[in-house]
Design a binder for this molecule. Sequence first.
Ligand SMILES: *Cc1c(COP(=O)(O)O)cnc(C)c1O
Length: 224
Amino acid sequence: MSVKQNYKTIKQDIVDTCRRVGRDPDEVTTIAVTKYVTIDRANEAINAGITELGENRSDEFLNKYQAIGQAANWHFIGTLQSRKVKDVIDNVTMVHSLDRHSLAKEINKRTNRTIPCFVQVNTSGEDSKHGLEPEEVKLFIEQLSSYSNIKVVGLMTMAPLVEDESMIRKSFRSLKELRDDIQQLNLSFAPCQHLSMGMSHDFQIAIEEGATHIRIGSKLVGQD
Ligand SMILES: *Cc1c(COP(=O)(O)O)cnc(C)c1O
């Protein structure tokens, strides 16, 4: 399938899902995750009208950025090694995977602009998932106050890889509750208005639970 066709289908899914729960589809930003695909395929996404691209590794991000540059906004969605921060930070629009202090410190040091960041949370309880434990998030964010180049714009999670829809929903719902708690703190450096959640197989559930940024790879730019 062409990216254009996939995008059309997904956009309609987003509209239908939003209508079901009384949300405005304009509140949902779609990020095309290009980590599995070629530069040509990423360009096909841009030509289909997609403006946001996501990559999860610094080497692949740099590879694509060299070819595509500012024709897209770039979302860094995977584990970011501290020593790679200086290579990527000035060309990323948002970091979705802030998960430790050492990373915040390095980002703060290596840039002169404000970097919008999502704090990644492990809402599934699975050991294999990255991110902070939910109960650690509040203190973690409070301790970012001295990093003037970091703005916490939201929370990010990956749902468990299970068939059971109720478990997926529970994971997204807990992220939203946590987001609401953080907003109550009224921190100027952490408005925390967004929720980055939902992938190819669960983005409708994520939208029902309040996602503002969905990260879609295989269903949008994959060959399947
Ligand atoms: C790969 C990846 C995605 C997209 O996954 P699909 O299932 O292909 O849609 C989303 N978020 C993160 C963090 C990823 O690593």
